[in-house]
Write a protein that binds this ligand. Structure first.
Ligand SMILES: [Fe+2]
Ligand SMILES: [Fe+2]
Length: 410
């Protein structure tokens, strides 16, 4: 069973953290309740993991209209806090081993002090406590804390009659774990209050199965815009993570129903194709590719097919879920693409974003991960995602409703 080595690994972290910090804890709580409490929580977590593993049915559609993502996130934040928290204890142990070896080989009669350093023990507790409370805070206050991000984007030859054209860009709803129709309606009210000219959705509607989106159909229908609602697919919309084979009847049914659902809610889904958006004879192209991601991600996106017949005398905006497509394909191509709109990174749902400064660990994986960038004379804007995946919360990088104001570059 694959789960046993994982539980053993978590137990080792648990034990290491416990032994490294118990003496400090005893200075605050000098009775036997703490060890019982500590190990009871751990035992419950291991039992829950074993239960979920034994009862998990991969082929059951993941309509997680319950709070399982909250429980798994709680387990995740308990262990990530301990895992990062043991780093000072590991440093401490390396120092102690070094001290022991030095005293052993120096033939000195003087005994070295091999006790743990208080500073490092305290650091372990402070780091774990801070990380745990921050991640818990992100679940309670960050998960649905929708934020409008306003961005001016200048495009050469943008029709003057379309100056201040307002595009609402949303992405990564991941409805399988969204778990709240009312909260999605709240986000949609925020979108509609902007009276957008165009709404674009750049993929990852679901985590795996089309029926995760069924409870949200009526809400999604309420998104309003003057010139339409366009969408594309993200890597999660292909059910590739379920183990279903693409040529199986089950996969085809799921995929067909997802495409039908996109249409039903009013999205014009672009599958390697383009549209001309026209407003009082002022026009621009919107091109949408299927998902194309660098590395292990699926590469159904085909820019060459999508760009066929596209009139390059008017500006072109490309919708492509994964921003790595921009670096690897779009910016290297000769196509006249003025702006790419992407999502996918979620800003890792963790980081810092204040005026003039933004940071997230995801920046080491994706060069373009949140906001506007320019490379090789082409621009890309990356949305931070409206939903969440894995961790049911957000710290620093909030659920994103991007309000893009497109202007002519003089
Ligand atoms: Fe996503
Ligand atoms: Fe994605």
């Amino acid at each position: 069973m694959k789960i046993l080595p994982i539980i053993l690994f978590l137990f080792v972290i648990d034990l290491y953290f416990y032994l490294g910090t118990i003496s400090t804890i005893r200075t605050f709580v000098n009775n036997s309740i703490y060890p019982v409490f500590y190990w009871l929580i751990s035992a419950l977590i291991y039992a829950a993991m074993l239960y979920v593993f034994l009862n998990y049915e991969k082929r059951t559609p993941s309509i997680r209209f319950n709070d399982s993502i909250v429980y798994s996130s709680l387990v995740f934040i308990v262990f990530i806090a301990k895992f990062i928290g043991i780093l000072p204890l590991i440093i401490d142990d390396v120092i102690r081993i070094f001290k022991y070896l030095t005293s052993f080989f120096s033939n000195s009669n003087q005994q070295s002090d091999l006790g743990r350093l208080n500073f490092l023990k305290n650091s372990a507790l402070i780091i774990s406590g801070t990380l745990f409370s921050t991640l818990l805070y992100g679940m309670i206050w960050g998960r649905y804390n929708f934020k409008k991000n306003y961005q001016e984007i200048f495009i050469r030859d943008w029709p003057l009659g379309l100056d201040n054209y307002k595009i609402i860009h949303i992405s990564d709803l991941h409805l399988g774990g969204f778990n709240n129709v009312g909260k999605l309606e709240e986000a949609i009210e925020m979108i509609n209050s902007e009276s957008p000219d165009l709404v674009v959705f750049t993929g990852d509607l679901v985590n795996n199965y089309y029926d995760e989106a069924v409870p949200y159909i009526d809400a999604l229908k309420k998104i309003k815009s003057k010139d339409g609602k366009l969408s594309i697919l993200g890597n999660h919309d292909y059910a590739d993570y379920t183990g279903m084979k693409r040529d199986s009847a089950e996969w085809k049914t799921n995929f067909r129903k997802l495409l039908k659902l996109e249409k039903e809610v009013g999205f014009d889904l672009l599958l390697n194709e383009s549209r001309v958006v026209s407003n009082k004879k002022k026009m621009f192209n919107i091109v949408g590719v299927e998902n194309w991601g660098a590395g292990r991600f699926n590469k159904d996106g085909d820019l060459d097919i999508a760009m066929r017949g596209v009139d390059d005398s008017i500006p072109t905006i490309l919708l492509s879920h994964d921003p790595s497509h921009f670096r690897e394909v779009v910016s290297k191509s000769d196509y006249k693409i003025d702006l790419q709109l992407s999502g996918h990174t979620h800003g890792m749902q963790f980081g810092v974003e204040i005026p003039g400064f933004k940071w997230s660990p995801v920046k080491y994986r994706y060069k373009e991960w949140a906001g506007l960038y320019e490379h090789e004379g082409k621009q890309i804007y990356v949305n931070r995602g409206l939903g969440h995946l894995g961790y049911a919360g957000r710290v620093g990088i909030m659920p994103d409703i991007s309000v893009l104001n497109i202007k002519a570059k003089i």
